[in-house]
Design a protein around this ligand. Structure first.
Ligand code: ADP
Ligand code: MG
Length: 254
C-alpha cells in the first residue's frame, strides 16, 4: 500500500462525558479527494480539527505526510510537541472554515500574504507574486485591495481558499465551506474547490452538497455518532448505501 497523505488510526475524543469520536480510522492518499457526509453533531468538525491538532486526541494517532501530528514518539511513549513545532506542522495543512475567518483589518491581498510572510518567512516579492497568481486562480484579481467586509460571502470564501493555498499545503481541509452562503453564491465556491480537485490537491471536504460529492469525490465517507459507518466510491455510498443510517441520511439531504 502506498504511503497515506493523511492517516487517522483509532482516534478517540471526548468532551467531558460526551464521546464525540469513537475510534476513527481514515486514510487519504496523495491527491485523493475525500468527502465526509453525516448528520449534525456526528463529529465531522471535530475529526477535521484533530488533523491539524486544533483538538488533541484522547487516544489513537494522526499523521500527515508521514509525520505524527502534535506529538513526537520516543520508544513507546508520546510527547506533545512544543507550540512552534505544531505551528510548523499546521503550515502543511490548509483549513477553510464555514465562516471564512478572514482578517477583517487586512486587505484581500494581505490576507493571502500574511501567513507565508510571518509563519514561513518567505521573501516579500515571491509572496506578492504568489498572491497575485492565487487571486487570479480564484477569480478575484480585481478585489486584491478591497477589505473583506466589502465582499460577498462567496468572494470571501474564495479569498479564504487562496489564503489556504498560499502556504502550499500538503492537504486542505474544508469544513462546510458553502453552508454559510446564500444559495446563489454556493456554485462559485464549489467551482473553485472542483478546480483544485482537478489539479491533484489532497483534500478532505465536509459538506452536505451531495451533488458535489458525486462529481468530485474519489471517496465518500459517511459518519454517524462519532464513527465512520461506511466509505466507498460516490456510486457505492450515494447510490447503493449498505447501511440503514446512510440511507436515512441521504433521503433527507437529497
Ligand atoms: P459536526 O461537525 O458533525 O456537526 P461536531 O464535531 O461539531 O459535529 O460536534 C460533535 C459533538 O461534539 C456535538 O455534540 C458538539 O456539541 C460537541 N462538541 C464539539 N466541540 C465541543 C467542545 N469544544 N466542547 C464540548 N462539546 C463539543
Ligand atoms: Mg461541523
Amino acid at each position: 500500500m502506498s504511503a497515506a497523505m493523511v492517516e487517522l488510526r483509532g482516534v478517540r475524543k471526548s468532551f467531558g462525558p460526551l464521546e464525540v469520536l469513537r475510534g476513527v480510522d481514515l486514510r487519504v492518499a496523495p491527491g485523493e479527494v475525500t468527502v465526509i457526509l453525516g448528520p449534525s453533531g456526528s463529529g465531522k468538525s471535530t475529526l477535521l480539527r484533530t488533523v491539524n491538532h486544533l483538538e488533541k486526541v484522547d487516544s489513537g494517532s494522526v499523521s500527515v505526510d508521514g509525520e505524527l501530528v502534535g506529538y513526537r514518539r520516543s520508544g513507546d511513549r508520546l510527547y506533545e510537541l512544543p507550540e512552534r513545532e505544531i505551528l510548523r506542522q499546521r503550515t502543511k495543512i490548509g483549513f477553510v472554515f464555514q465562516n471564512f475567518n478572514l482578517f477583517p483589518h487586512l486587505t484581500v491581498h494581505q490576507n493571502v500574504t500574511e501567513a507565508p510572510l510571518s509563519a514561513q518567512r518567505r521573501p516579500r516579492a515571491e509572496v506578492d507574486a504568489l498572491a497575485t497568481r492565487l487571486l487570479e486562480r480564484v477569480g478575484l484579481s480585481d478585489k486584491a485591495h478591497s477589505y473583506p467586509r466589502k465582499l460577498s460571502g462567496g468572494q470571501q470564501q474564495r479569498v479564504a481558499i487562496a489564503r489556504a493555498l498560499a502556504l502550499e499545503p500538503k492537504v486542505i481541509l474544508f469544513d462546510e465551506p458553502t453552508s454559510a452562503l446564500d444559495p446563489e453564491l454556493v456554485g462559485e465556491v464549489l467551482d473553485v474547490v472542483k478546480g483544485l480537485a482537478g489539479s491533484g490537491t489532497t483534500m478532505i471536504v465536509v459538506t452536505h452538497e451531495v451533488g458535489f460529492a458525486r462529481e468530485v469525490a474519489d471517496t465518500v465517507v459517511f459518519m454517524d455518532e462519532g464513527r465512520i459507518v461506511e466509505r466507498g466510491t460516490p456510486a457505492e455510498v450515494l447510490d447503493a448505501p449498505r447501511h440503514e443510517r446512510t440511507r436515512l441520511f441521504l433521503s433527507k439531504v437529497l
